[in-house]
Design a protein around this ligand. Structure first.
Ligand code: MN
Length: 499
């Protein structure tokens, strides 16, 4: 169920890869995969990984991860070949001759991305930009890169400490946030936890210790709650696919601890129960049953099904007072929402080709979820081009610290200011784009670095900004302020009548 949780197999074989594909896609013709394996094995002949194993183990593990993610065979084949042009004398042209243009294009993309080397914070933005360019061209390249990075992180112990740190830091700062943006929750979590150990070793040991200690105490309790809920669901005739305890990931726990005085007692979602059901109606029915059994904490019910997160994530979350007054968080979603939460954008390539009708409905659903990211998606007709179009009408700009903000095409510095923080939008007085002062209505371009000049004496946004802002968020903020100041004005102008 959680393909990245398990470390890579110690002695991976071609059979393992073929079995993994066959289990998920029984109809797949495995000839190409076998040929790609032989081709890569031959090309990497004599090369040894730092860990002392033959080089082919690395592309093989990368391909197994992609197969576990249910990626289509083209992507798996590209995964097997991904290091061939970089590390051997075999060229992209030869790959194209043997495996076709699509595979060659993917391998070339991964090779190009491999040339991005992180060199300190000053090149951070430059690297990020290259990553986004690769993504806009073909997101599958980035998915292969994630699988590649995952195996490199699993075998990081064999490298020099300096290199370990560089790769882990790059993963934390660039790869994981992108995986998150693409809605690949499991991938993001794994990338973070594997890097955490190397970037913050002391903090990692501390958090891990905390979790192990608490987990022992909580495990039995959570199991009781799980059984109680399963009973109740059965009694109500709600069929569930699974109910399982879910431990919070170490790195995200660490970040939460930093916000809560480093006090683990304040973290209520350390161990959550995740319930997977058949459809959305059952999600809400399950929520009702939980609230009938246990009293919900006020303000902690989150309906990400009706209002998905910007990356497409959908689930119901609630925290309740369970037996013995303990707070337990529940996450409820249907199966497709679960697959999307784990694989995000990658789920788009994981359809069962044998059933085109299911594919169609799943694709549309996936697009609908993405529609929440940007209204440009509504115009999307050709689903084949989804990989390019997702980012085509979005731009990525940066704060002076290097945080990425994504905005619709032609967004202005005012949209940016509101996207960063409402207060910054309200007090926005000027803007510098790439160190040049610009007018507040100037359209931004991907890669711009924007510095907002704030006037602390300013009480709210100018009403005429409404004419040029592009985001609904900025529009909403400006309108809301105008309404409020108008009613203030009316109140001040009208003599109080009393009651
Ligand atoms: Mn590699």
């Amino acid at each position: 169920m959680y393909p990245f949780d398990t470390p890579p197999p110690e002695n991976p074989t071609l059979e393992m890869l073929l079995d993994t594909i066959h289990e998920r896609r029984p109809q797949t013709d495995l000839t190409m995969v076998k040929l790609a394996y032989e081709f890569a094995d031959e090309a990497h002949q004599g090369q040894i990984r730092k860990s002392g194993v033959p080089y082919i183990i690395h592309p093989l593990c990368t391909a197994i991860t992609l197969a576990k993610m249910n990626m289509d065979p083209t992507i798996v084949v590209a995964g097997l070949l991904h290091d061939v042009p970089e590390d051997t004398s075999v060229t992209i042209e030869e790959i194209e001759k043997n495996f076709g243009a699509e595979v060659a294009h993917l391998v070339a993309g991964v090779t190009k991305l491999g040339k991005i080397k992180y060199r300190g914070i000053e090149r951070y933005i430059e690297n990020l930009r290259k990553m986004f360019v690769a993504m806009a061209e073909d997101i599958r390249v980035v998915i292969i890169k994630f699988a590649d990075r995952l195996h490199n992180l699993h075998t990081l112990e064999h490298l020099q400490p300096k290199k370990q740190y560089r790769i882990a830091l790059e993963t934390l700062e660039i790869y994981a946030p992108i995986a998150n943006r693409l809605g690949m929750g499991e991938m993001k979590g794994q990338l973070e936890d594997l890097s955490f150990k190397y970037v913050f070793p002391k903090e990692y040991a501390w958090v891990r210790g905390l979790v192990e200690e608490r987990y022992e105490k909580k495990e039995a309790y959570i199991n009781e709650i799980r059984l109680r809920l399963e009973q109740e669901l059965n009694a109500s005739g709600i069929k569930f696919i699974s109910v399982e305890g879910r431990l919070k990931r170490l790195y995200s726990l660490y970040q939460k601890l930093l916000k809560h005085d480093k006090n683990i007692e304040k973290i209520s979602d350390l161990l959550a129960l995740r319930i997977i059901v058949n459809d959305v109606a059952d999600c809400y029915a399950t929520l009702g049953i939980i609230h009938k059994l246990w009293r919900p904490l006020p303000g902690r019910i989150k309906d990400y099904i009706a209002q998905p997160k910007p990356n497409g994530y959908q689930s119901l979350h609630t925290s309740v007072f369970c037996e013995k007054g303990q707070v337990v968080e529940f996450q409820i979603r249907d199966e497709q929402q679960h697959i999307n939460a784990e694989y995000g954008i990658a789920a788009h390539w994981s359809y069962d080709e044998a059933d085109p009708d299911t594919n169609k409905s799943r694709q549309l659903r996936w697009v609908r979820e993405l529609a929440a990211v940007g209204d440009a998606m509504e115009r999307l007709k050709d689903l084949e081009n989804l990989k390019i179009d997702i980012f085509q009408n979005r731009i990525f700009v940066f704060t002076p610290k290097g945080d990425v903000i994504d905005l619709p095409e032609n967004a202005t510095p005012v949209d940016f200011a509101f996207a960063v923080h409402t207060q910054i939008g309200n007090q926005c007085a000027g803007a510098r784009v790439n160190d040049r002062i610009v007018s507040l209505d100037q359209p931004l371009k991907s890669g711009d670095v924007i510095d907002i000049v704030v006037d602390k004496t300013k009480r709210g946004p100018s009403a005429d900004w409404i004419k040029f802002v592009k985001t609904n968020h900025a529009k909403g903020c400006i309108k809301q302020y105008a309404k409020r100041s108008l009613s203030d004005w009316i109140k001040a102008a009208l003599p109080s009548r009393g009651k």
